[in-house]
Design a protein around this ligand. Sequence first.
Ligand SMILES: [Zn+2]
Length: 373
Amino acid sequence: MSASRDFKGGFSRRNFLISSSCFGAAMATVRLFPLPALAENVLQDKRVAAQPLIDKGFAAVRQVGTGIYATISDVTKGFTTVCNGGFIIGREASLLIEGYSGPSGAAFQYDALRSVSQLPVRAALDSHYHFDHSMGNTYYGAHEIPIFAHAKTPPLMIEKYANLQGQDKAPILAPLEKRVQDARDETERQHAISDLNAYKKIFAVIDKYMVGLPDHPLDPSKLPMTLDLGGTSAVIETYPGHTPTDIMVRVPEQNIVFTGDLLFNGWYPVAFDANISGWRATLQKFASFSKDTLFVPGHGQLCGQEGVANLRAVFDDLAQHASKMYKAGVPVEEAQKRYVVPEKFKNYVIFAWGFTVVPTITKLYEEFKAGTA
Ligand SMILES: [Zn+2]
């Protein structure tokens, strides 16, 4: 795969500003809420530093364990990183987690690592193929850092991103625009606008940056795999759920997990290429981890087991609604439209209706039909 890796393009400051402003405009109607403060249980956790190492608004890096740092993004303050990630430093080497939504996001994290460690970087790891975790890979490539990812990540990045670069997106956007025009009421119109803007946002990113393919694809049948960083072991595991490409990093000795998007904290799950029953089983597995496990979710604030419980509750709520509708013979499109965000989740981020509620209910209907839910 290394032959397809292309670092020539780089990015200029000007390009970055243009793309982030497109991105910002497209994000304007997404249902966003500022990142909540650290929960009390996390604040009191002795592993978690009271002050961040660095805070740029769009993301803050904070020590969360011995040699372990979490990068937590706040998309209401900028789109340089978008997802969460972090890095792990042993006595001999370090590991970077996530490629972020562009090279400047990866640079931000690399600089944070370099402010505390000059040890060789063993690898950077993309938790899955999605643009907000991988479009900054070229920055790592330019620094000759190997990029680890699930074996299906490079082909999916080619199919979903590289193949669309420079292509006219109008034919893809046209039906989405038509849905906005044809909306029967305001709710439908808002959902259609959120979907249209999500696509515009993704297209703005993939047209601006070079696609940097991970050059160390990991065969899922050979996972888990342990990286010894010198006194600190980072275990790479794979679980079903968010995409067909999810891998995550666990530091078992310290009960710290970088979940990628297998865990969203305070967000509705982005589920357009998810396996819902597999994902719910994965969350059940997370719930069985030690009760003092500290989770660095793919999006949202650092959390303990309560973050896992919250996402499970969102899935339960969606499944309860879908089941009721399915049993009543309500068509799936109508069931998607009729879902109402309950009061307890009213401050949850919804990236776009068509990326979260719609595919979850669609897939639940399929599972009910197949008898697998
Ligand atoms: Zn993500």
